[in-house]
Design a protein around this ligand. Structure first.
Ligand SMILES: *Cc1c(COP(=O)(O)O)cnc(C)c1O
Length: 407
């Protein structure tokens, strides 16, 4: 995973390597080392500030932490129901209604999962057959490449061109064909920070209907948007019956370690996906499920405040990077900002990332870690930095980055 230190997905070039058998192991059966692991150990060795990893360094709301403690004390410590506790499924349905006007039946159109990651895995395994094509946007969250291969499917990507990161209509039309079984979206997008606009989403729905494809959408950053509203594709006409919407409590409530995620879809799709999910984890997180239900029912102010707070952090880091000489693409949502190392004299972001801890005491990751080898050259000079960190940490990072200029 991108965001855990002992990472084990094969990157960069995950798809090539994944093509070797299941592809997740090297020739000697070792877990592939990744750029994330390399950068984390570099951060530890040099004492650099690690902005390579996308997890918050602060706890979420007290109400949630208290609710989890209470649940443990009150005996919620055995397997929860396979679909998730009825109360959490209701809270998820209420949340979709409150924020997006999407009406769901919590008894059969909602499935609680072990993070968004398990939701993605179970969905791709359930809805695709070996040989089917799965179309996704590139750069892509690192799990996508590995999961598509684990499902035996063929990845096909539509590039998000720097610096707009908006997919072109023509390229979407060309990539989505009768061979496409699933269109896998991520909005707001990691690592590009873009929100897919309504016109793009409408075009994707039309193509999915024309070619009878599923839409699977990863919306874990749904509440972390800056001055723009997240638009779930499932809320568009003609989309709901063919869309699986995936989200998670991790990013919204600063509880990435709890791994409570969910998906919403038609009853038929939920049943198919649960038939896979039951043999992955069956169920998980008994005391965390009531706590996440508490979170989903927090007042609107909570959700607007987390976005405003994160926007200030985005600005702090973006300004620091600009002052250090980087060209910055300011994101509309999510945890990450992309900076171009070209403007500070590096054509290869991997080289910059290896030198940055020594030169400036900060760690980032090259965007090519989120690309197939084929498309990497277009992103070669780009670096991803996380701003989901405490303000004083970001201030210190900005201060250290200014050393780059000083030389
Ligand atoms: C963090 C992240 C996930 C993982 O979510 P979990 O709930 O921790 O499994 C999935 N997709 C994207 C785009 C992410 O950034």
């Amino acid at each position: 995973m991108t965001d855990t230190p002992d990472t084990c997905t094969p990157l960069p070039g995950s798809w090539q390597r994944a093509a070797r058998g299941a592809g997740l192991f090297g020739p000697a059966g070792e877990v592939h080392p990744t750029i994330f692991a390399e950068m984390t150990s570099l951060a530890v060795r040099t004492g650099a500030i690690n902005l390579g990893q996308g997890f918050p360094d602060e706890d979420g709301p007290t109400e949630l932490l208290e609710a989890a403690r209470a649940a443990i004390a009150n005996g919620h410590n055995q397997y929860p129901p396979g679909r998730g506790t009825p109360d959490l499924r209701e809270a998820i349905a209420e949340h979709q209604e409150r924020f997006y006007g999407i009406h769901l039946n919590p008894s059969d159109e909602v499935l609680v999962t072990t993070g968004a990651t398990e939701a993605l895995a179970a969905t791709l395994l359930a809805l695709s057959e070996p040989g089917d094509e799965i179309v996704t946007l590139e750069p892509y969250y690192d799990a996508y490449g590995a999961l598509i291969r684990l499902a035996g499917a063929q990845p096909r990507t539509v590039p998000l061109p720097h610096p707009s990161y908006l997919p072109s209509r023509e390229q979407l039309t060309a990539a989505i064909t009768d061979r496409t079984r699933i269109i896998l979206l991520n909005t707001p997008h990691n690592p590009c920070g873009v929100l897919l606009p309504r016109s793009t989403l409408e075009h994707i729905v039309a193509l999915a209907r024309q070619h009878n494809a599923w839409i699977v959408t990863d919306e874990v950053y749904e509440h972390l948007t800056f001055g723009v509203q997240h638009l779930p594709i499932a809320s568009l006409p003609g989309a709901a019956e063919r869309t699986v919407t995936i989200s998670s409590g991790g990013k919204t409530f600063n509880t990435t370690g709890w791994k409570v995620g969910w998906l919403t879809a038609s009853a038929e799709a939920v049943t198919a996906i649960q038939s896979v999910k039951q043999f992955l984890t069956y169920a998980s997180g008994a005391p965390f499920q009531p706590a996440i239900a508490t979170g989903l029912r927090l007042p609107d102010e909570y959700f607007s405040q987390i976005a405003t707070g994160l926007q200030a952090k985005r600005d702090l880091l973006s300004e620091g990077l600009s002052a250090a000489g980087f060209e910055v693409s300011v994101p509309s949502g999510g945890y990450f900002v992309i900076a171009d190392a070209h403007s500070v004299g590096y054509e290869d972001a991997v080289t910059l990332c290896r030198e940055l801890p020594e030169r400036a005491g900060v760690v980032g990751v090259p965007v090519t870690a989120f690309c197939s080898p084929e498309h990497s050259p277009a992103y070669a000079s780009l670096v991803r930095f996380a701003y989901c960190k405490r303000t004083e940490v970001l201030r210190e990072a900005a201060d250290r980055l200014s050393r780059l200029r000083a030389r």
